[in-house]
Design a binder for this molecule. Structure first.
Ligand SMILES: Cc1cc2nc3c(=O)[nH]c(=O)nc-3n(C[C@H](O)[C@H](O)[C@H](O)COP(=O)(O)OP(=O)(O)OC[C@H]3O[C@@H](n4cnc5c(N)ncnc54)[C@H](O)[C@@H]3O)c2cc1C
Ligand SMILES: *[C@@H]1O[C@H](CO)[C@@H](O)[C@H](O)[C@H]1NC(C)=O
Ligand SMILES: *[C@@H]1O[C@H](CO)[C@@H](O)[C@H](O)[C@H]1NC(C)=O
Ligand SMILES: *[C@@H]1O[C@H](CO)[C@@H](O)[C@H](O)[C@H]1NC(C)=O
Length: 381
């Protein structure tokens, strides 16, 4: 019932100018495709996900550079904005819909024994379908990257950028030294909390852990979730980093544009252009300076292989001319999630299906950005 209601509302809302309906509706500021395509750009960014959105934003700060951002998916909609609906996005066209091969060590209970490997396909990428949890990497991982010969990637170098990008003005239980308050990425605690949240943290303290800020010095402990939300709705990478700069004359955004090949000069091994398809038409554009590949965990290696960079035997099997024999795609790591741990609690202290289907909750969500609809649910995969 509530789903149908939301769907109808989404149709209505996406067809009217709703800036005057209050701050909630400001999110519906849509991004339209750049009118014309040029032959050359200084930079071409492939994929407008969590990474690509930021890169396109920062590069186009320099008005002397032209930047083309190519994205296979399209803009977000009303539906993708509702945090509670996150799990449902995986059955829509906002997910590439990949499935793993059958393996002996995981996903034995899944259909055909194959894991679902969700990946977002939209301006904003996987941040349009993910669970909105704002959780930075562990400091030791960044320090390890640095120690492998990557100066500038240690935790001390990265932290100022986390702080710069963040707007945590609405946050309460945080260590303010580790947070930013003027950046484009909005972080909030979910505005609706069932009594379970308090009990959960108390249980952690009873076991000898601390109630910590999971994004400060030490994340070992129990914490309320910090989420990438703005006024109770999803703050995707596109909302944070593309919408504010979509009118820059040197930034060109093209959606429904799937890159099929990076053009590489086999002699100099320099990438100089890309080939992509948009509505069944093939285009070629060239880059004067750089091509940034940010097409996500699965598609970045795929595109490298289609462009001749990958394991030789595999590329030859598919008649792809080898530019560089490399073990591309060999270090994929994933964590599956399962939802089989079930326990019974009193209905009054959780959100049940019934409360979510209450039209009043739907109205309350739209009007005030409050109530159970922007609750974060445990994924059911
Ligand atoms: C179900 C799920 C829940 C998650 N929950 C969380 C969470 O709560 N918190 C958290 O921090 N992380 C979460 N993550 C992980 C997080 O969302 C990703 O790590 C992050 O978004 C990846 O960013 P990215 O830029 O590497 O790739 P993506 O965001 O996936 O962006 C890649 C973009 O490239 C586009 N693209 C791909 N191929 C092409 C092509 N050939 N041509 C043009 N465009 C192309 C894609 O359509 C996509 O838009 C979750 C992930 C999943 C799947
Ligand atoms: C842009 O180019 C002009 C003229 O070459 C130069 O003066 C200016 O500093 C450049 N701007 C940036 C941000 O690099
Ligand atoms: C982080 O906190 C945990 C639990 O309080 C503690 O055991 C651990 O030593 C701390 N780590 C650091 C690096 O301080
Ligand atoms: C559940 O409700 C019953 C009846 O109101 C009460 O006795 C019990 O303590 C509650 N349990 C929890 C875990 O809150």
């Amino acid at each position: 019932m509530a789903l149908i209601l939301l769907f109808l509302l989404s149709l209505v809302i996406s067809n009217i100018k709703c800036q005057n309906f209050g701050r909630f509706f400001n999110n519906f500021d849509r991004i339209s495709d750049s009118k014309q395509l040029l032959d050359h750009y200084d930079f071409i960014v492939i994929g407008a996900g969590s990474g690509g959105s930021v890169v396109a934003n920062r590069l186009s700060e320099n008005s002397n550079w032209t930047v083309l951002l190519l994205e296979a998916g399209w803009d977000e909609n009303f539906f993708t904005d509702v945090p509670l609906m996150a799990t449902l996005q995986t059955i829509t066209a906002y997910n590439w819909g990949y499935r793993g091969e059958k393996i002996k060590t995981a996903c034995l209970g899944a259909v055909e024994g194959r894991c679902n490997l969700a990946r977002g396909k939209a301006l904003g990428g996987t941040s349009v379908i993910n669970f909105l949890i704002y959780s930075r990497g562990n400091r030791h991982d960044f320090d390890e990257w640095e120690s492998l010969g990557n100066p500038g990637w240690g935790y001390k170098d990265i932290l100022p950028f986390f702080i710069k990008s963040e707007n945590c003005r609405e946050c309460k239980e945080i260590d303010r030294r580790y947070h930013g308050f003027d950046g484009p990425l909005s972080i909030e605690h979910p505005g609706y909390e069932s009594p379970m949240a308090k009990s959960f943290i108390k249980a952690g303290i009873d076991m000898g852990y601390k109630n910590v800020d999971l994004n400060a010095y030490n994340e070992t402990g129990f914490s309320k979730v910090q989420s990438t939300m703005r006024h109770g709705t999803r703050c995707s990478a596109s909302k944070a980093f593309l919408k504010p700069v979509k009118n820059r004359p040197n930034l060109f955004i093209s959606t429904q544009s799937q890159v099929t090949k990076i053009l590489i000069d086999p002699k100099t091994k320099t990438a100089h252009g890309v080939e992509f398809r948009k509505k069944n038409i093939k285009y070629i554009v060239r880059a004067r300076k750089e091509i940034i590949l940010s097409a996500g965990t699965f598609n970045s290696p795929q595109l490298l292989m289609l462009s001749g960079i990958g394991p030789k035997e595999h590329l030859e099997e598919l008649n792809i001319p080898v530019v560089q024999d490399l073990k591309v795609g060999f270090n994929l790591q994933d964590h599956t999630a399962l939802s089989t741990l079930a326990f019974l609690v009193n209905e009054s202290i959780t959100i049940s299906d019934i409360s979510v289907q209450n039209p009043w909750d739907v109205f309350n969500y739209i009007w005030s950005g409050k109530g159970p609809l922007h609750y974060l649910v445990v994924p059911k995969l």
